[in-house]
Ligand binder design. Structure first.
Ligand code: ZN
Length: 366
């Protein structure tokens, strides 16, 4: 596809006109990266440095740049013009500026349409660059495979202010301008913040000096690994982690498993917030999980009342829980709540039986 043709299709997508199927037929292998952060974090410089590094490796980049401030100041348009001049003659870089944003959800919809177009056009990396951490950015993060939140030293209380939004969306934190005093402090604050939260996967943290390119190759290594994992099903491991079995009484049920079958008891514990006593028995690479209700309004008690003792859920280990959740949500599957942290440091989420052929699935990432 020629750059001119691509630009024409991008304009159609921006105007909300559905693209002809033939332009989206190829799924592409490109990684969609959301990049956001407060103004002044050097996000554009970072995207530039990323682009340069990715080009050095012979891969291609499409950039969708969104800046709400451009509507009034024209700043982003000027910045993008400079950037566009630099990559002007390079067919491996395609830049699309979105100078204004529409109604809520409009930005995400347009970004999604453009990302899909660029991926189908064969770009290896598609970067959606936004400013701040508002609802629009959270919507954009939901469509991205990976979301990078760019921070800088000396933000002071600002890091607290954006904390809530950041917790939800960051797969990677980049502390840019890491040669400035206070980089270690920001890193410390992020780590402290993460240790408090019940986030999904634990985000990676990188320090960069975008204007010099330092730290950028490490970041690109990480992005390439994520792309390989996401796009190559062979590199992923899917395994049954355990079978959850609801029993009325552990003391009555356990002898069959422990004595008669001869399984060993790996652990016996009480999970207060689920109101259950849990016994784990290893069975090969998987485990049997026996669940006894602590009181009558626990989920397990209700299950026993309705269905009687038996298999309550099946737990599957997935390589990338976030990616799996995005795929499931995209397909309209019903998840029970958001991901939570388990006692063993793993993250898990449940999929409603109505979306899974009548079986309650627990998805786990270590
Ligand atoms: Zn379980």
């Amino acid at each position: 596809m020629s750059p001119r043709e691509l630009a024409r299709l991008a304009t159609l997508a921006e105007n909300g006109i559905p693209l002809p199927d033939k332009h989206l037929a190829s799924q592409g292998e490109g990684l969609i990266i959301g990049a956001t952060g407060p103004p002044g974090a050097g996000k554009s410089s970072l995207v530039d440095a990323l682009t340069a590094e990715v080009r050095r490796r012979g891969k291609t980049v499409a950039i969708i740049a969104v800046d709400p401030s451009s509507r009034t100041t024209g700043g982003a348009i000027l910045g993008d013009r400079v950037r566009m001049q630099r990559h002007h003659a390079d067919p491996g870089v395609f830049i699309r500026s979105m100078a204004t944003r529409g109604a809520t959800g409009g930005l995400a919809r347009t970004s999604a349409a453009l990302s899909q177009l660029f991926r189908a056009a064969g770009f290896d990396f598609i970067i959606v660059e936004t400013v701040g951490v508002g609802q629009d950015e959270i919507d954009v993060a939901a469509l991205a495979d990976v979301t990078i939140v760019v921070l800088v030293p000396g933000m002071g209380d600002d890091i607290q202010a954006i904390k809530a939004g950041v917790m939800e969306i960051a797969d990677i934190f980049v502390i840019n301008k890491a040669d400035h005093p206070g980089a270690a402090q920001v890193q410390h604050e992020i780590q402290a913040m993460l240790s408090l939260g019940h986030g999904t996967t634990i985000p990676a943290i990188f320090q960069t000096v975008a204007t010099e390119g330092s730290g950028v190759p490490e970041l690109v290594n990480d992005l390439e690994t994520r792309q390989r994992k996401l796009r190559d099903p062979k590199s992923q491991t899917w395994e049954i982690d355990h079978l959850g079995i609801a029993v009325r009484s552990l003391d009555e049920a356990l002898p069959f498993y422990a004595n008669d079958l001869g399984l060993s008891v790996l652990s016996r514990e009480t999970v207060e917030h689920e109101k259950v006593n849990v016994v784990m028995l290893p069975a090969g690479a998987s485990r049997i999980e026996l669940l006894e209700p602590l009181d009558s309004d626990s989920t397990i008690a209700k299950f026993l009342e309705k269905r009687g003792p038996g298999i309550h859920h099946i737990a599957m280990r997935v390589p990338d829980l976030n990616a799996t959740i995005r795929r499931l949500e995209g397909a309209g599957a019903r998840l029970l709540g958001s991901p939570r942290c388990g006692a063993g440091g793993h993250v898990y989420v449940f999929v409603h039986p109505s979306s899974a052929g009548g079986v309650l699935w627990e998805l786990i990432q270590q």
